[in-house]
Design a protein around this ligand. Structure first.
Ligand SMILES: NC(=O)c1ccc[n+]([C@@H]2O[C@H](COP(=O)([O-])OP(=O)(O)OC[C@H]3O[C@@H](n4cnc5c(N)ncnc54)[C@H](OP(=O)(O)O)[C@@H]3O)[C@@H](O)[C@H]2O)c1
Length: 265
């Protein structure tokens, strides 16, 4: 990754922050994107001190805003930066009954999880294909593999990310574009997302079921650089995916619904 440039959305926290640390250690320049400019500036300064050979650029952006992806792409172009590795990681969650959750919050979630991710992939995949190639890592979820009552719009956005990414992987491969795209599917991960009062109810998850954001980021980056279409992190999560192939979608929805209703605070 030396002399390459990676753009990470959701770089201020959780899995995205770990991706930045891993890529900086590999010698990649970074473009850090999220809403909290001051925090991103601090992270960029720390990484620059640790790895003086890399360049860190901060672009504060609300990816739920209209045309956010196009504006971000334009800002990258204006700064003369070429992105070799795009990590579409920024994501929002809403836990609770669909009809009782705030509609605007659910629309923002769709804008970030689906619309911004799709538009950024389109813009940067074209740009990468016109150069020597590149890599795109789209962060989906274990939630992509099954309908989940009480988290249903979130799970649907992640099902979109998984389906979109797997199909695009084949298209880009068939067209010999030199660009690879990978869907990362973490299970429960110990980040702020698991305990964020802005994102609806809190799902109680035993500590043993939580992965660290570091291991999720490592596995995602490794799979993406190896050109794999999909990575489900951890054995327990891969077994869960195997189970989703054996049961009907409504049976899965009933199991998930019972679990979420009895474990949501
Ligand atoms: N944690 C889990 O259990 C889990 C499991 C499976 C998949 N995932 C997925 O992993 C990804 C990262 O989640 P995480 O767990 O690391 O969450 P997190 O700790 O809550 O971090 C979310 C990141 O997204 C950024 N973000 C949120 N809304 C944004 C917006 N409107 N515009 C720009 N940036 C925005 C946040 O930065 P600012 O607040 O500074 O904007 C933050 O950097 C998400 O796509 C999530 O769906 C998480």
């Amino acid at each position: 990754m030396q002399n390459k440039t990676s753009l990470v959305t959701g770089a201020s926290d959780g899995i995205g922050l770990e991706c930045c640390k891993i890529l900086a250690a590999k010698g990649s320049n970074l473009i850090l994107v999220s809403r909290r400019q001051t925090l991103l500036d601090e992270i960029a300064a720390t990484l620059k001190t640790q790895y003086p050979e890399i360049n860190c650029t901060v672009i504060a952006a609300d990816l739920a805003a209209p045309k956010a992806a196009q504006i971000l792409f334009q800002q990258v172009q204006e700064q003369g930066l070429e992105v070799d590795f795009l990590i579409n990681n920024a994501g929002l969650l809403q836990n609770g009954f669909f009809t009782q959750l705030d509609l605007a919050a659910q629309e923002s979630m769709i804008n970030v999880n689906v619309l911004a991710l799709t538009s950024l992939t389109h813009l940067f995949a074209n740009h990468m294909a016109s150069r020597t190639g590149g890599h795109i890592l789209n962060v989906a979820s274990l939630a992509a593999w099954t309908p989940i009552p009480n988290q249903n719009v979130y799970a649907a956005t992640k099902a979109y990310v998984l389906s979109f990414t797997q199909a695009l992987h084949d298209e880009l491969n068939a067209s010999k574009s030199g660009v690879t795209v990978t869907a990362l599917c973490p299970g429960y991960t110990a980040t702020k997302m698991m305990d964020n009062p802005d994102q609806g109810g809190k799902l109680l998850v035993p500590a043993a079921m939580l992965q660290s954001p570091r291991e999720v980021a490592e596995q995602g980056i490794e799979a993406c650089l190896a050109g794999r279409p999909t990575i489900v992190t951890g054995l327990a999560n891969r077994l869960t995916v195997a189970l989703t192939r054996l049961l009907s979608r409504m049976t899965l929805a009933k199991i998930a619904g019972r679990y979420y209703r009895s474990n949501m605070q």
